[in-house]
Design a protein around this ligand. Structure first.
Ligand code: NAD
Length: 374
């Protein structure tokens, strides 16, 4: 079968779904690979490198491949170039896009949602949400450092002592842990809080201090945070306010899937922060964890706090982010190509395959398989 790698349709999407390295791995699984001209240039992967890896460089016909893989689901007019019965692999947010599901069925496509990979250990190597969160967490610290007018690391110099920066991370999931590790390696003193008490061990193993919410929070069973009771929420709000007032850098990463991000820092909390301090709100795209965040903008408040509301943190490291996304795709293709013969086989007895299949095309029709059974 032929896999097509188009240039992403959204102009502000610099990533690409395969790199020359991952093209080689797809070829080893027995597939042919075609790459649309210029597909990787925004991530510094040039056509010549894809050709060297063994891909054919093509134009619009990339959309006529048996399998098309992208970062974002292409808009309808682009998707219509795909052949009925073909497979689309991309991020789809199927839980929030019932209209898209209807269109995929009507178009008779098989659609696999990379953002619906179940949270089980075996699926980790295909989990694009984790790959992107990891890159974004690293980049959040780089953005913080470039907006902070001081050093991260402490120094003793002939001209005097420089104190290390204090970094406070709220939410120690994949992004938060990446931010903790990065800030720690740059010499900052790092503290972190998470609703999930089980995050303490991971936070400490990354070299940070875990600051627990002084009210009982429940252990999560599915890896996602539970909603807080009123008492917990009050204790947490007081903790965030106190820690932020002491910190130089605050990085917020709290998300509850499918909902608007919870507000953890109010305008009054920001008012109590030190001039020169920086907030990087990693939930900006989802409404923001800080009441004053302006999604997509960086600005300074009247009391001198810089609030970074970038919504494209992973996209700011497009080379690495594309490589990880591409490797997630390769890992999925390994799972669905057991014979390494370039033929995709979807085994719906497999929890991962079943979990990501939104629609399935067969015999000139397509069935909706979303949502998967619990
Ligand atoms: P996420 O993006 O859902 O949320 C970020 C973090 O913020 C979470 O740790 C969450 O507990 C925390 N949080 C949410 N609201 C908060 C609040 N009000 N105050 C403080 N903290 C708050 O999380 P994530 O990065 O996807 O990871 C969550 C967990 O799931 C981690 O333990 C991760 O290792 C695990 N995980 C497992 C797999 C897998 O096994 N395949 C894949 C992804 C994540």
């Amino acid at each position: 079968m032929r896999i097509g790698i188009p240039r992403e349709t959204l102009e502000d999407q610099p990533l690409v779904a395969a790199t020359p390295d991952t093209v080689r791995k797809l070829l080893k699984l027995g597939y042919e690979v075609v790459v649309e001209r210029g597909a990787g240039e925004r991530a510094s992967y040039l056509d010549a490198a894809y050709a060297d890896a063994g891909a054919e460089i093509v134009g619009e016909e990339v959309w006529q491949s048996d399998i098309v893989t992208t970062l974002d689901t292409p808009p309808r007019e682009t998707r219509e170039k795909m052949l009925p019965g073909a497979v689309l692999i991309s991020r789809m947010a199927p839980g929030r896009n019932p209209e898209l599901i209807d269109e995929l069925k009507e178009h008779r496509l098989t659609a696999l949602a990379m953002d619906a990979v179940p949270r089980i250990s075996r699926a980790q190597s295909m989990d694009v949400l984790s790959s992107m969160a990891n890159i974004a967490g690293y980049r959040a610290v780089i953005e913080a450092a470039s907006n902070f007018g001081r050093l991260f690391t402490g120094q003793v110099t002939a001209a005097g002592k420089v104190p290390p920066a204090n970094v406070y991370v709220i939410g120690a999931g994949v992004a938060g842990l990446a931010a903790i590790g990065t800030a720690n390696s740059m010499g900052a003193i790092v503290k972190a809080t998470d609703l999930r008490p089980e995050a303490a061990e991971q936070v400490e193993s990354m070299g940070a201090e875990f600051v627990a919410i002084p009210a009982k929070t429940e252990k999560s069973e599915d890896g996602y945070a539970k909603e807080m009771t009123a008492d917990q929420a009050k204790a947490a709000a007081e903790l965030y306010a106190r820690q932020s007032a002491e910190a130089d850098i605050v990085i917020t990463t709290a998300n509850i899937p499918g909902r608007k991000a919870p507000v953890l820092l109010t305008a009054a909390d920001v008012q109590n922060m030190k001039p020169g301090s920086v907030i990087v709100d990693m939930a900006a795209a989802n409404g923001g964890n800080c009441e004053l965040t302006k999604p997509g903008e960086v600005y300074q408040t009247e009391n001198g706090v810089t609030i970074v509301g970038h919504t494209d943190l992973a996209g700011r490291l497009p080379g690495q982010a594309s490589q990880l996304y591409g490797q997630n795709i390769v890992n999925l293709m390994k799972l669905v190509t057991p014979q390494k013969d370039g033929v995709m086989m979807l085994d719906f007895e497999d929890t991962i395959v079943r979990g990501i299949t939104v629609t399935f095309a067969h015999d000139g029709e397509a069935d909706v398989l979303w949502p998967p059974p619990p």
